[in-house]
Design a protein. Structure first.
Length: 239
């Protein structure tokens, strides 16, 4: 396996590892995102087993020890499994996650205390600005949330719009259809009455691009893609 590095927005890098054994025969990508700001931010740590590959990929962009912030969408191995390895490699780095997730899990799991974020709280990275958006149970996990980079309108949306297969780093092609197919396959989303309204809150951002954890990142009508996912979730809930 190898981890590829692609710049999908100014100073925003997709670090992608394709694992053919997952969701075979199509395979599955595990993506992290690096924001090379004055205070650099890594979204998703990856699993512990991928740390050598992913940390080497970060080092191709900047020294790993420069990392200042590490975040993730929810507590799950591929999202935060390697968090303590990153904290050891970057002595000045601090985890940041939603307050609920910190109280329930991260305060105990992390080797250093995390920064606890409230819904809609902004974080100044110097030349970039993040906003934390709590999305409980969307797509899954009570502690789920997204980060929105406001200066260039990139939404780090985690497992939303997951799709299988090896893909381009950034696409303008349809991601909704493949995401619906992946949901049919995995049935991974927690579809409650709050799911569609939460997705519509994200759609209203009208982000320029979606940084998707599993599959290609998307640049185009992000509002339509998220609205389409909301309608699909409503259909599933009604059924």
């Amino acid at each position: 396996m190898e981890t590829t590095v692609n710049e999908i927005a100014p100073k925003v890098y997709r670090l992608s590892t394709f694992v053919p054994e997952v969701a075979a025969p199509a395979g599955f990508t595990f993506n992290q995102f690096l924001v090379d700001a004055e205070e650099p931010f890594l979204f998703h740590t990856g699993m512990r087993g991928l740390f050598p590959l992913v940390s080497a990929a970060v080092a191709r962009v900047m020294p790993v020890e420069r990392l200042r912030w590490i975040g993730f969408g929810h507590v799950e191995a591929d999202e935060c499994g390697a968090m303590n390895l990153w904290l050891a490699a970057a002595p000045n780095a601090q985890l940041m996650h939603g307050a609920l997730g910190c109280m329930v899990s991260v305060n105990d799991l992390a080797d250093r205390p995390p920064r606890m974020l409230e819904d809609n709280e902004a974080i100044d990275l110097g030349d970039k600005r993040l906003r934390y958006l709590a999305t409980p149970h969307v797509p899954h996990g009570w502690d789920a949330g997204c980060f929105y980079e406001e200066s260039d309108a990139t939404l780090f949306c985690g497992d939303l719009l997951t799709h299988v297969g090896q893909s381009a780093a950034l696409t303008a092609s349809d991601v909704l259809g493949p995401a619906i197919e992946a949901e049919n396959l995995f049935q991974a989303s927690a579809i409650t009455p709050l799911a569609a309204p939460t997705l519509r809150r994200l759609a209203a951002l009208k982000a320029k691009r979606l940084a998707i954890m599993h599959g290609a990142s998307f640049e185009g009508d992000t509002g339509a893609a998220l609205e389409g996912l909301a309608r699909d979730f409503e259909r599933r809930l009604a059924a």
